[in-house]
Design a protein around this ligand. Structure first.
Ligand code: HEC
Ligand code: HEC
Length: 275
């Protein structure tokens, strides 16, 4: 009898352990939800997905875009890539503290900021169709994950990890050589882009207020994302190439030029830093 009870306890215990590891596994390996939501909500998720993939051409997003990039140019596979600009679990981090805006910002704010900087465009009004659709799509990609609002920065749990590189040794001269070897075929001699890859510098690329315009951020992203067919750069190569790309000309970011007319702005959620 007592033997039996012991056995039952072992079984129960094993069962709980298995269940525990399965939950852990699900947390570690976020997956794209198997189905779109029903009805109008599902339609808006699909519209958001389309806008993320065809940002520069779709009539709803095009008026707000100032370069030849789409969200998916950096948020690879429409943000469904697990590492390179992943949108998986992103919504769980918001609202989040943003040192840049000196405010707590929502996921919608975060989406709109990428329009101004990475897309070198104009901030769509809060609550506009394009803004709601993209925010809805990104939120859907966090289905099943638990809220874990970020107190430090507006970034989700799968943001690109920082590289452990001595940035004073990032060498743009070596980076130029590596660019020719690994990148030029798709991104062009002058970074202008080709049929196989978008512009990486020049007037049609991200502006100098964008996340990727910072060498460490670009290097981290390159490490997990490029070359597209085989992301295999060493940390030093990623740092050198990032230093080279970001030493080239690109549009200058002036906030006033990227805000819509006051009556269409809603409220731009930021507060100037106090001295
Ligand atoms: C030129 C590259 C680029 C483009 C184009 C771009 N982004 Fe981003 N975006 C970034 C980078 C880099 C980050 C920071 C990601 C990281 O650290 O992992 C970011 C962050 C974000 C975040 C926050 C992610 C998080 O983990 O919290 C959102 C949301 C976002 N972008 C939305 C968009 C949307 C929507 C578009 C299209 C309208 C867009 N981005 C276009 C580069 C880009
Ligand atoms: C096989 C072609 C190919 C190669 C090789 C390649 N890329 Fe890309 N790259 C792409 C494509 C395509 C995208 C956009 C992804 C999408 O739309 O799905 C992209 C996106 C980018 C972006 C973000 C968007 C932009 O234009 O700013 C950067 C930066 C970038 N690549 C840099 C590099 C660097 C640096 C290398 C070399 C280490 C490299 N790529 C090698 C095809 C390539």
């Amino acid at each position: 009898m007592s033997f039996c009870r012991l056995n039952l306890r072992v079984v129960l215990c094993l069962g709980i352990m298995l269940l525990g590891s399965a939950t852990l596994h699900a947390e570690e390996q976020p997956i794209v939800p198997a189905a779109y939501p029903e009805g109008p909500l599902g339609e808006v998720v699909r519209l958001g997905e389309l806008l993320v993939n065809e940002t520069k051409d779709h009539p709803l997003s095009k008026p707000f875009i100032g370069n030849q990039l789409n969200c998916t140019s950096c948020h690879l596979e429409g943000g469904q890539h697990p590492d390179a600009g992943s949108f998986l679990q992103t919504a769980t981090a918001y609202p989040a503290w943003s040192p840049r805006e000196n405010r707590v910002i929502t996921l919608e704010d975060r989406v709109l900021n990428c329009f101004m900087r990475s897309q070198n465009g104009v901030r769509p009004p809060n609550g506009s169709q394009v803004s709601v659709a993209i925010t809805t799509y990104i939120t859907w990609l966090s289905t099943g994950s638990k809220i874990q609002m970020n107190e430090q920065k507006p970034l989700g749990p799968r943001h690109v990890p920082e590289l452990k590189v001595d940035w004073s040794k990032a060498n743009p001269v070596q980076g130029k050589e590596d660019y020719k070897t690994y990148c030029l075929d798709c991104h062009g001699q002058e970074g202008e882009g080709t049929d196989d890859g978008p512009p990486v510098w020049g007037p049609q690329s991200y502006n100098d207020g964008a996340g990727l315009s910072r060498v460490p951020k670009l290097a981290s992203w390159l490490k997990v994302g490029m070359p597209l067919d085989d992301p295999s750069l060493t940390e030093q190569e990623a740092a050198d190439i990032a230093a080279y790309i970001n030493s080239q000309q690109r549009p200058k970011f002036k906030l006033e030029e990227h805000l819509p007319p006051a009556e269409r702005l809603g409220e731009y959620n930021h507060e100037p830093a106090r001295p």
